[in-house]
Ligand binder design. Structure first.
Ligand code: ADP
Length: 704
């Protein structure tokens, strides 16, 4: 039950003020008006630092802040964020107890800077349950007499308004229900956009209790700022009628962006103050639809641009193709053609009747080709050989036409592209190929004839080779026989000559002796020739086999020197032998090695008039080869003759008046013998300075 301490008498100065307030309260038609008059009066006349009036619509409902002075919006909202069913809230307790209470500042439910504490004074009719609280932030802990007076007088006024309708609206319950039933947010605000009345939709968007989630509080705070700015801007527009604007808000539950169309109207409250009634209409979907429409329009424009550039590109592609191309629609009508096609299917600038006829003929040929293409049904491509005519020159143009059907997304025919390729070159190639084949066949026949002839010649040659081989063998046999037949009587001649020279048949006169000596010398020369011919024929006839034995080089050279001693003695030459270190024993044909060295040494002695002749024997362990080199300071051999002298009967000077004797067979025999030993004879010579002939042969014959 609301009860107050007996009121102290008012000082004379405040009597007028009390009277003025009482008059104001009497004139008020709404609880909100009452509350506003009270909270505005208190700071001026009761040293209140701030004041507020909260009330409930019905028991258990949340409190509503009817009016406040000296408090910001958030503080006002916090003041009303409880209900009398909230037993833990200290203000609810005051309401239940119905006794004024002072909350020192450290325990005050809502601190106000500079205040000692907060007085919470129940408001209502005396003896009845309070309908609200008067909250006063004072600088003393004593309940100011003016506060108690105001609470005592304003309480019954407020209670009366409460019984006649909802406190917050200041209108009827029906009115409240009606505006709550409006699906669009509806608000009554002051000119700065501070809400005085809001329907349920508006509250959902613009209000949040202290127990609301952080996200919702933030969204609501943002919405309040945007909304207040929009209302303030509508109010400052100064237009008396209805103003319209778009307000972007946030859905506090989903966090989605919403777009509202806000229609604001300036109105006057019963107390004469100006206010704004704003109705918000959710046009988010409309906005989205507009946006989507704009987007699809932009896309349409882009597609159109793309199509235009595609067409442009297609034109360029067509023009860049050297072969004629025609694009026809599904009925066969030409839609587009490139320049090479125009030369065939359009009348040339100065074309006469003949050109006209040719173009018509080309056109007819193409139309009949296209008719075939369209008749083919499913086949996507069609080829045909057409015979066109050059409209200018009248020359026949054989072409291959390839028509491709262009199908739409649904598989329907949207066009036909026909490409013409010149077959002139292909036909020319085919003709040349045919000619080539003919020539090739002819050539093949000739080759066959030539091959047969060649085979015949080969056979002839083979037979001749056999005959030659037989003839060579016969020749060798003949030479061997002849040599033998020559040697026997020649040896007898030489023997008898020798006996005569030695005086076996009596003393000889000087001319006799001279003639016999000539017979002896010529006979010996003849014997030498016969021996050499015999050697060559034996080698060629394969009748000079290898006789391998072990021997040592120094001993062999000693023997050679001994045999040549008479000739060396007759010459004025210095002949020396040089043996290399570690000459190993040799397994080879001793007789043949000796014969080669004898030959080389006798040549050296023959072709050297003065100076020295050196015989040098060495061994190359790396190749297991022995070398015996006969080096002289004689007449030397010109480079041009150095190959030639190894051939049969070849001498540097082969004139009948030559200075040196010989057969020209010695070196060719040496080469053959060295060959049989698995070696070779090499020569290094400088004309006028001397020569070096070297026999190379292996220490052991290699297996063949
Ligand atoms: P020949 O019986 O004529 O000596 P060879 O076959 O032995 O036959 O020699 C052929 C020719 O090679 C000789 O006639 C000579 O012209 C030249 N010849 C050979 N050995 C020497 C040499 N040591 N110095 C210069 N010329 C040489």
């Amino acid at each position: 039950m609301v009860s107050y301490a007996p009121l102290a008498p008012a000082p004379a100065s405040s009597v007028d003020a009390r009277l003025a307030l009482a008059e104001q309260l009497l004139a008020c038609e709404s609880a909100r008006g009452c509350a506003r008059a009270v909270v505005e009066w208190l700071p001026a006349h009761a040293q209140a630092l701030a004041a507020a009036c909260v009330a409930r619509e019905e028991p258990g409902a949340r409190m509503t802040c009817l009016a406040a002075q000296g408090l910001c919006e958030a503080q006002q909202a916090a003041l009303a964020a409880w209900s009398d069913a909230d037993s833990t809230h200290p203000l609810a307790d005051v309401l239940t107890q119905a006794v004024p209470r002072f909350f020192p500042k450290e325990r005050a439910p809502l601190p106000s800077p500079g205040a000692q504490g907060l007085f919470a004074v129940p408001l209502g009719r005396a003896g009845a349950s309070p309908v609200g609280l008067l909250l006063v932030w004072a600088s003393t802990p004593e309940l100011p007499a003016e506060v108690a007076w105001v609470a005592g007088h304003a309480g019954p006024f407020l209670a009366r308004q409460a019984t006649s309708g909802p406190l917050a609206a200041g209108g009827s319950e029906l009115f409240r229900r009606i505006i709550d039933a409006v699906t669009d947010p509806v608000l009554l605000t002051d000119l700065e956009g501070r809400a005085r009345l809001a329907n349920a939709r508006a509250e959902a968007l613009l209000m949040a209790g202290p127990d609301a989630s952080h996200g919702r509080r933030r969204a609501v705070h943002l919405n309040q700022r945007v909304f207040s700015a929009a209302v303030a801007s509508s109010a400052s527009g100064g237009q008396p009628g209805v103003s319209w604007r778009e307000v972007p808000l946030v859905d506090p539950v989903e966090g989605l962006d919403l777009l509202f169309e806000m229609v604001s109207t300036r109105v006057y409250e019963p107390d004469g103050r100006e206010a704004m009634v704003s109705v918000l209409r959710n046009v988010t979907d409309l906005g989205r639809a507009t946006q989507a429409l704009g987007e699809s329009y932009r896309r349409l424009r882009a597609t159109e641009r793309e199509a235009r550039s595609e067409r442009h590109r297609l034109d360029r592609v067509l023009d860049s193709v050297a072969d004629p191309i025609i694009l026809s629609d599904p009925s066969g009508v030409t839609v587009m053609m490139n320049e090479p096609a125009e030369r065939l299917f359009s009348l040339p600038p100065e074309g006469g009747r003949a050109a006209q006829r040719r173009v018509r003929s080309n056109h007819a040929t193409f139309v009949s080709f296209l008719a075939n293409v369209l008749d083919t049904g499913g086949s996507p491509r069609w080829r045909g050989h057409l015979s066109l005519v050059d409209p200018t020159s009248g020359a026949t143009l054989p072409v291959e036409a390839v028509a491709s059907k262009v199908l739409g997304e649904g598989g329907e025919l949207t066009g036909i592209v026909t490409l013409f390729q010149d077959r002139g070159e292909a036909l020319e190639k085919a003709r040349l190929l045919e000619r080539l084949k003919e020539v090739s066949t002819l050539l093949e026949a000739r080759v066959q004839v030539a091959t047969a002839e060649l085979a015949e010649q080969n056979e002839k040659l083979r037979r001749q080779a056999i005959q030659l081989e037989q003839a060579s063998a016969a020749k060798s046999q003949f030479l061997a026989n002849m040599s033998h037949e020559f040697r026997t009587p020649l040896n007898a001649i030489l023997g008898y000559t020798n006996m005569l020279l030695q005086g076996v048949s009596g003393e000889l006169t000087a001319p006799q002796k001279r003639n016999l000596t000539r017979i002896d010398s010529n006979g010996r020369h003849l014997l030498e020739v016969i021996n050499e011919i015999l050697d060559i024929t034996r080698i060629e006839a394969g009748r000079m086999p290898l006789h391998l034995s072990d021997f040592v080089i120094p001993e062999l050279l000693q023997e050679v020197m001994a045999e040549m001693d008479p000739i060396i003695a007759r010459s004025k030459l210095t002949v020396t032998t040089h043996l290399g270190a570690r000459l190993p024993p040799v397994h080879s044909d001793r007789q043949k090695v000796k014969q080669v060295v004898l030959n080389l040494l006798s040549n050296a002695l023959k072709f050297t008039h003065e100076g020295t002749v050196k015989v040098v024997a060495e061994y190359q362990p790396s190749s297991s080869m022995l070398t015996i080199c006969v080096e002289d300071t004689g007449i030397g051999i010109a480079p041009a003759d150095q190959e030639k002298i190894f051939e049969d009967f070849q001498q540097v000077d082969s004139s009948p008046t030559r200075a040196y004797g010989g057969t020209g067979l010695g070196l060719s025999i040496c080469r053959r013998l060295a060959d049989m030993l698995g070696g070779r004879v090499t020569l290094q010579s400088t004309q006028g300075q001397g020569s070096a002939f070297t026999l190379h042969f292996p220490r052991r014959p290699r297996r063949t």
